[in-house]
Design a protein around this ligand. Structure first.
Ligand code: M6R
Length: 607
């Protein structure tokens, strides 16, 4: 979603804030802006469009000041134009705010403040915060922010600076992430560690209803309407270089090619002596053994990994598993009969819908196990147990390496449970682990076929729509293939369980429709062949993702991408790669911005 960064210290503001925005721009990128207080006076610059527009505007300026805040926006309320870009100013233009989240009662607040003479300039919900703080500001900015946030309903991470208090950045959060970065004679605030990691690795995580007061040489945190609280300073161990492209033209391509390495990393973390281990897992084995039902909830690509999890958990661990899209999960009656566990999957650990699902589940006393990539994220802190996906930082908005990492972590978690429950033998575990260990090499073989995939992309990039079909564990693969294509190339694409074709979507098939058929050697192979024949009979263009050496399927294929032979259980982790590459190269041909596709944001922190 939107990104926030702020700074107080001796460096020039533009050197910290513009770089911070650059590193946050994967979160939202329809407009950006900066406000600073310098010699007691507030100045601001805003621009619609991508960050380079703001950089261009500021290219001949050196911004010096005591405090500065900056924002990159992903529009929720109000068009993505300059007037709606953050920072927003108070009526008297002496105070500026940046905000992530949604203020649900902004209409009411705006009406009340308008009656008091406040003139609003934008169509956003956020602007109301600046006017509200101004309304409460008598002599102390901290008290004014504290009073203002008590009036707000919704989710927010806010940073405020004012002429009246030129040495402070006051921040507050409820439902949206915010951190303080601790430096020497300088301090930072950010919605995301990426923004500041090249300056400091020491951070304080704010909790909901924390107010942080950040000055050049000091900071403190207090509870809204309460006393000061002591906060732990966490040292981040990441290498900031992880957020660089390393010679690849795009983060997405770099991340696609990182997948073999990610699988090796997961193996090193989750397998010891050819047995699956769950590190730092708090739930006891005896409790795990008693689980009768899993309810998985997640969004987007993580939801697809959750659908895959259902097949595996039911097949091997023999545990009934339901899968929900998080934004729908809360509308269900969660029936608890004891021994159910809610599973959340999330790359960012910040997705508002998934987080809301976790909170709902916890309020009803369900245990929550989360599969998360981002350590120290809100979900990491709020879940009872966490299994990390060890994908490393994923910057491309389209999730790639984290998807395969989630598949593998779920696969290993299933093996762990199945061994505990005695539903698979130790020999089966050894075989499953042995096969997993071959996966990185198999992935490398697939990635080496890039040139053939480029040719297929060149052939089909002008198609108006695509269909993706698969069965069983490769039905989620079809959904994921379609999502990848549509989000980065803007071509309409739908994923279907292949058996469902004849119940409607077959009507779409004609000689212009490419149909990506995921058909590895598996129990459902023959049925997939029948479905492919159905497509062929209607003159659809068949792009097959099949197993090396499969001559039968080749007969029906207009184009074919081979993957090495693996068990059906692991085939989605291979099938994902050619589909990611196909989407990437189609998007390249169409000149789309793959790392920052229109209308999207990397982590969606609004419901
Ligand atoms: O961070 P999360 O895994 O919770 O994010 C969930 C979705 O927003 C995310 O997977 C989204 O669908 C991606 N753009 C997919 O590429």
């Amino acid at each position: 979603m939107c990104g926030i960064v702020g700074y107080t210290g001796n460096r020039s503001m533009d050197s910290v804030l513009l770089v911070g925005l650059e590193r946050l721009s994967y979160r939202g990128y329809d407009s950006s802006g900066i406000a600073i207080v310098s010699e007691g006076e507030l100045s601001f610059w805003r621009k619609s469009g991508k960050l380079h527009e703001l950089e261009e505007m500021l290219k001949d300026k050196t911004l010096t000041g005591t405090v500065g805040i900056a924002h990159t926006r992903w529009a929720t309320h109000g068009k993505p134009n300059e007037i709606n870009a953050h920072p927003h100013l108070s009526h008297n233009r002496k105070l500026a705010i940046v905000h992530n989240g949604i203020i649900e009662n902004f209409h009411d607040l705006r009406m009340k403040l308008s009656r008091k003479g406040h003139i609003f300039r934008s169509g956003t919900d956020s602007e109301v915060i600046a006017h509200l703080v101004e309304e409460y500001l008598q002599d102390d900015l901290v008290t004014a922010v504290e009073k203002a946030v008590l009036d707000l309903e919704g989710a927010y991470a806010i940073a405020v600076i004012a002429e009246s208090d030129p040495d402070k950045i006051v921040v507050c959060r409820s439902g949206s992430p915010l951190i303080i970065g601790v430096g020497k004679e300088e301090n930072f605030i950010a919605s995301d560690i990426n923004a500041i990691i090249n300056h400091t690795k020491d951070v304080v995580y704010l909790e909901d209803n924390d107010i942080g007061v950040v000055m050049k040489n000091d900071f403190y945190v207090k509870k809204t309407g309460g006393a000061k609280v002591s906060k732990e300073i966490n040292h981040i161990s990441w290498d900031p270089k992880a957020a660089e492209k390393n010679g690849y033209p795009h983060f997405m391509l770099k991340e696609i090619f990182e997948q073999p390495m990610v699988v090796r990393r997961i193996i090193s973390k989750m397998i010891s002596d050819d047995k699956v281990v769950l590190r730092n897992f708090k739930m006891s084995d005896s409790k795990l053994k008693k689980i009768k039902r899993f309810i998985i909830q997640a969004c987007g690509t993580s939801w697809h990994a959750g659908l895959y999890g259902k097949y595996l958990l039911e097949k091997y661990a023999r545990i009934l598993t339901e899968v929900d899209i998080s934004s729908e999960f809360r509308y269900r009656q969660m029936i608890m009969s004891g021994n159910e566990v809610v599973i959340a999957l999330s790359q960012s650990g910040e997705t508002a819908d998934t987080l809301a699902g976790i909170r709902e589940a916890k309020s009803r006393f369900f245990n929550v196990i989360s599969f998360i990539n981002a350590k120290n994220s809100t979900m990491d802190r709020e879940s009872d147990d966490v299994i990390y996906s060890y994908a490393g930082q994923e910057v491309g908005v389209a999730s790639t390496k984290n998807f395969t990492a989630q598949l593998i972590s779920v696969y290993l978690f299933t093996i762990y449970l199945a061994i505990l429950k005695g539903t698979i033998s130790e020999e089966q575990e050894r075989n499953m682990v042995a096969e997993l260990k071959r996966l990185p090499e198999y992935m490398e073989q697939i990635l080496s076929q890039s040139d053939e995939i480029i040719k297929i992309a060149e052939k089909y990039y002008l198609s108006k729509e695509f269909l993706f079909i698969g069965r069983s564990v490769n039905y989620p693969s079809a959904l994921e293939g379609a999502l990848k294509l549509k989000e980065i190339s803007y071509i309409h694409a739908t994923g279907y369980p292949a058996g469902e074709l004849k119940h409607g979507p077959i009507a779409l098939i004609d000689s212009r429709l490419p149909v990506v058929c995921i058909v590895p050697k598996s129990e459902t192979y023959e049925k997939m062949i029948t479905n492919i024949e159905e497509v062929k009979a209607r003159k659809g263009k068949v792009i097959v993702i099949g197993t090396y050496g499969d001559e039968q399927v080749k007969k029906y294929a207009d184009d074919i991408i081979y993957i090495p032979e693996v068990s059906e259980d692991l085939s989605p982790a291979l099938a994902a790669l050619p589909m990611q590459l196909l989407s990437y190269h189609i998007a390249m041909k169409l000149d789309c911005d793959v790392d920052q596709p229109r209308n999207l944001a990397k982590s969606v922190t609004v419901e």
